[in-house]
Design a binder for this molecule. Structure first.
Ligand SMILES: *[C@@H]1O[C@H](CO)[C@@H](O)[C@H](O)[C@H]1NC(C)=O
Ligand SMILES: *[C@@H]1O[C@H](CO)[C@@H](O)[C@H](O)[C@H]1NC(C)=O
Ligand SMILES: *[C@@H]1O[C@H](CO)[C@@H](O)[C@H](O)[C@H]1NC(C)=O
Length: 187
């Protein structure tokens, strides 16, 4: 299989931005507390991801399952039809409980994979910066998200999130803003 085909395949399957080489050296936060992280987050910016294409009003809600895993409930509205859709996932802590590293899978997707979900930093009340990189040897796929508790966060909070990406050397030019305008409040 040629590299181009492989990259395209990964691009579609992982639905994330592909890069040559290994994952960059990014560190997740210390002292992560999953309990404080639960609840609803609004997606403000992200890298391009196929599964979110044409999605607006994107939210993620995290809750505790009885077996210590975390239930992931992602919702978005189609920018074209306005139709609301949801996908359920299951996240589990990887490594140290407070190491800020989780992995998420979405049992309803046709292709099963565990996507890393690393919390680079969060203050639990305002913002979270999430990183996901999968290493395939010659290529890696990357995604990053800025999530906030408010649908329209103030610039101070966004600057805090940007400074974390800059500190980790994560390219901010690839970030796309999620449309959170004209969303209904109960979605
Ligand atoms: C990755 O970064 C950490 C912290 O900045 C550093 O201690 C470590 O040596 C780095 N590892 C590599 C392979 O560069
Ligand atoms: C969240 O942001 C508000 C407003 O900027 C600030 O007062 C509050 O201390 C922040 N929360 C945390 C946990 O830093
Ligand atoms: C939101 O709705 C207002 C009023 O209907 C409209 O003027 C504006 O263009 C809409 N914004 C977006 C991003 O759709």
């Amino acid at each position: 299989m040629s590299l181009i085909i492989l990259v395209l395949l990964l691009y579609v399957v992982q639905a994330q931005v592909p890069f040559l080489g290994p994952c960059p050296n990014v560190t997740s936060m210390e002292g992560f507390q999953v309990e404080k992280y639960l609840g609803k987050w609004y997606e403000i910016e992200r890298y391009f991801a196929v599964f979110e294409f044409a999605g607006k009003c994107v939210t993620a809600e995290y809750s505790k399952n009885s077996d210590e895993t975390v239930a992931v409930h992602n919702k978005q509205s189609s920018s074209i039809t306005g139709e609301r859709s949801a996908i359920m996932g299951v996240a589990k802590v990887v490594g140290r409980p407070d190491g800020g590293r989780l992995s998420v899978r979405f049992p309803s997707l046709p292709v099963q994979f565990e996507a890393p979900y690393w919390i680079l930093d969060t203050d639990y009340e305002n913002y979270s910066v999430v990183w996901s990189c999968l290493d395939f040897g010659i290529v890696n796929t990357r995604n990053t998200w800025i999530l906030t508790r408010a649908r329209t966060p103030n610039p101070e909070i966004m600057n805090k999130a940007y400074s974390i990406l800059d500190k980790m050397g994560i390219d901010r030019n690839l970030l796309l803003k999620t449309d959170q305008e004209n969303c209904s409040d109960h979605t």
